[in-house]
Design a protein around this ligand. Structure first.
Ligand code: ADP
Length: 488
C-alpha cells in the first residue's frame, strides 16, 4: 500500500493551517495557528507577513513531525487571494505590513481610474475595485517610503501570500506566483497569462518587482521541512483550489462555498469568458502553460444572516436551530428576506443597499422569518446562476461546501430553488483538497486533475430538485420583487 502523503499549507485570512492528505483523500493530520488582524484606520486591514510565514512554518513542521516527514511526497499551497506582501530582495524582510484583500484604502484611486474600467475588464476579467491587488501595490509605493525607495533601487519584491511563502520556503530561490493568484492582481492579461505592460504602466507597478507567473502544478520550488528536502508542486488561490477540490473540472460545473459570505465559481472552459453581468472572469488553473477559466461571483451575506438572527434579533439560539425551525413550517408564509446587511454583491453590486424583511402578517412567526433567511441563500445563488446563464455558462451541477451546508434543509432548498442537483462532498476541506490534488499532479503521482479527483475527491450526499417549475417560478418572482424594492 502506498502510504505517501500530500502536505497542504492553507494560508487563510484569520488562520493558517497545514493538512496532510493520503492519496485516497483522507486527512492524516492537521495543525492550525491564528493570524493577527490589524485595523490601522477605517476600512484598512493589514497582516504581518513575518507572522504568516512563522505560523505557516510552525504548522508545516508540526504536521510533518506528526506523520513522519519521510512520508511527505510533495507540498501544495493555497492562500487568501489578493493580499499583497512587500519585501526586500536582499534581506528577505518585509518592508511594510501586507495589505489584505478586504482593505478599502484604494477606493478613491479606483474611482479616479474608472474611465479605464472597460479596458481593464477586457484584459483582466476583473472590475476596478480596491479588492484586487494592483491599486494596493501602487498605494504602497506612493505612501510607504520604505516600499517606494526599494522600488526605485530595484530591491522591491512584491507578491501575493503564496508568492511570499514560496520565496521564503525556498530560501529565496523562487520568486514565483501561480496563474490563479496572478489573475487577481489587475496586472495579468487573462488571455496570455503574462504580465501586461500597459496595465503595469496604468497602475505604476515596476515589472522588476513582480514574480514570474507559473503553472499551478509542477516543480515550483523545494523546501526543507522537519529536516527533509520536499518539493513544492502545487499552488492556487483558495477559491480556485476549492473548485478543483470539488472536482469542478469541466464547463458548467459550479462550486459554492457558504461561510460568512458565499463564493461561487463556475468552470467556463478553455477560453477567457466575457461577463456582461458584472461577474469576474478568472483563471481556474494553469497546467502545462494552458489555462482553464472560470466565472466568479460573491454573495456578501450568507451565514452572517443566520448569525444576525441569532445575535442581532435573538430569535434562534444556535445556527443549527435554523434547520429545525425552517422545517417546522410548510413555507415562509409569504415572507421574503433580502439579507443585504452589508450591501449586495454580484450580480447586483449595490454596496450601499440595506436589508429588507417584507410580507409580514399577523400570522408570521419566527419560523417563517428564519425560513425566509435560509431561502434567501438559494435565491441569491439563483441570481448568480441566472447571470452565469446570461454569460453563456449553463449550470449542470452545484457542489457546495462551507459551514452552512451542514444544514440539510438548506441543501435541499438550494436544489429546489435552482432546479439542479446539489452535491455535498464527503471531505468538507475542499480548499486544502484542491491544493493537494494539484501537488499530486505536479509531483507526477496522478496523470491529471480528473485522475486526482477520482482518487481523492469522493462524492458525499446528493440533493435532487423536488419542486415543480411553477412553485419555483412563483418563489423567484417574490424574491425579485423584494430585490427591486431594496435596489430601487
Ligand atoms: P467562515 O469560513 O466564513 O468563517 P464557516 O464556513 O465556518 O465560515 O461558516 C460559518 C457560518 O455558517 C456562520 O455564519 C454560521 O452562522 C453558519 N452556519 C453554521 N451552521 C449552520 C447551520 N446548521 N445552518 C445555517 N447556517 C449555519
Amino acid at each position: 500500500m502506498n502510504d505517501q502523503l500530500l502536505l497542504v499549507l492553507d494560508a487563510g485570512t484569520t488562520s493558517t493551517r497545514a493538512i496532510a492528505f493520503t492519496l485516497a483523500g483522507d486527512i492524516a493530520a492537521s495543525a492550525a495557528r491564528p493570524i493577527t488582524q490589524y485595523y490601522p484606520a477605517s476600512g484598512w486591514v493589514e497582516h504581518d507577513a513575518s507572522e504568516i510565514l512563522a505560523q505557516s512554518r510552525a504548522c508545516l513542521e508540526e504536521v510533518a513531525n506528526e506523520v513522519g516527514a519521510a512520508r511527505i511526497a510533495a507540498i501544495g499551497i493555497t492562500n487568501q487571494r489578493e493580499t499583497v506582501v512587500f519585501w526586500d530582495r536582499a534581506s528577505g524582510e518585509p518592508l511594510a505590513r501586507a495589505i489584505v484583500w478586504q482593505d478599502r484604502r484604494t477606493a478613491a484611486m479606483c474611482a479616479e481610474l474608472k474611465s479605464h474600467e472597460a479596458m481593464v475588464q477586457a484584459r483582466t476579467g476583473l472590475l476596478l475595485d480596491p479588492y484586487f491587488s494592483g491599486t494596493k501595490i501602487r498605494w504602497a509605493i506612493d505612501n510607504w517610503p520604505m516600499v517606494g525607495d526599494a522600488a526605485r533601487d530595484g530591491r522591491l519584491a512584491v507578491g501575493t501570500v503564496e508568492s511570499w511563502l514560496i520565496w521564503h520556503l525556498s530560501g529565496g530561490a523562487a520568486h514565483v506566483t501561480d496563474a490563479t493568484n496572478a489573475s487577481r492582481t489587475l496586472l495579468m492579461n487573462l488571455t496570455t497569462s503574462a504580465w501586461d505592460a500597459e496595465l503595469l504602466d496604468l497602475f505604476g507597478v515596476p515589472a522588476a518587482a513582480l514574480p514570474a507567473i507559473v503553472d499551478c502544478a509542477g516543480a515550483l520550488a523545494t523546501t526543507v521541512i522537519a529536516g527533509r528536502t520536499i518539493p513544492i508542486t502545487g499552488a492556487a488561490g483558495d477559491q480556485q483550489a476549492a473548485a478543483i477540490g470539488q472536482g469542478c473540472l469541466s464547463p458548467g460545473m459550479l462550486k459554492a462555498t457558504y461561510g460568512t459570505g458565499c463564493f461561487l465559481l463556475a468552470h467556463a472552459g478553455d477560453t477567457p469568458p466575457v461577463s456582461h453581468n458584472r461577474l469576474l472572469s478568472t483563471v481556474a488553473w494553469r497546467l502545462d502553460g494552458r489555462c482553464a477559466y472560470a466565472l466568479e461571483g460573491a454573495i456578501f451575506v450568507a451565514g452572517s444572516a443566520i448569525q444576525w438572527l441569532r445575535d442581532g434579533l435573538g430569535i434562534i439560539a444556535s445556527s443549527a436551530e435554523s434547520e429545525t425551525l425552517a422545517q417546522s413550517v410548510p413555507d415562509s408564509g409569504g415572507v421574503s428576506f433580502v439579507p443585504a446587511l452589508a450591501g449586495l454583491g454580484a450580480p447586483h453590486w449595490a454596496p450601499d443597499a440595506r436589508g429588507l424583511i417584507c410580507g409580514l402578517s399577523g400570522g408570521t412567526t419566527r419560523a417563517h422569518i428564519v425560513r425566509a433567511a435560509l431561502e434567501a441563500q438559494g435565491q441569491q445563488t439563483a441570481d448568480l446562476v441566472d447571470a452565469l446563464a446570461a454569460d453563456g455558462v449553463a449550470a449542470a451541477v452545484l457542489r457546495v461546501d462551507g459551514g452552512m451546508v451542514a444544514n440539510d434543509w438548506l441543501c435541499q432548498d438550494l436544489a429546489d430553488t435552482l432546479g439542479v442537483v446539489v452535491e455535498r462532498p464527503r471531505v468538507i476541506e475542499t480548499t486544502a483538497m484542491g491544493a493537494a490534488m494539484l501537488a499530486g499532479v505536479g509531483a507526477g503521482l496522478f496523470a491529471d486533475l480528473p485522475a486526482a479527483a477520482a482518487a481523492m475527491a469522493a462524492a458525499g450526499r446528493q440533493f435532487h430538485p423536488a419542486t415543480d417549475a411553477a412553485t419555483r417560478q412563483e418563489r423567484r418572482s417574490a424574491w425579485q420583487a423584494a430585490i427591486a424594492r431594496v435596489i430601487g
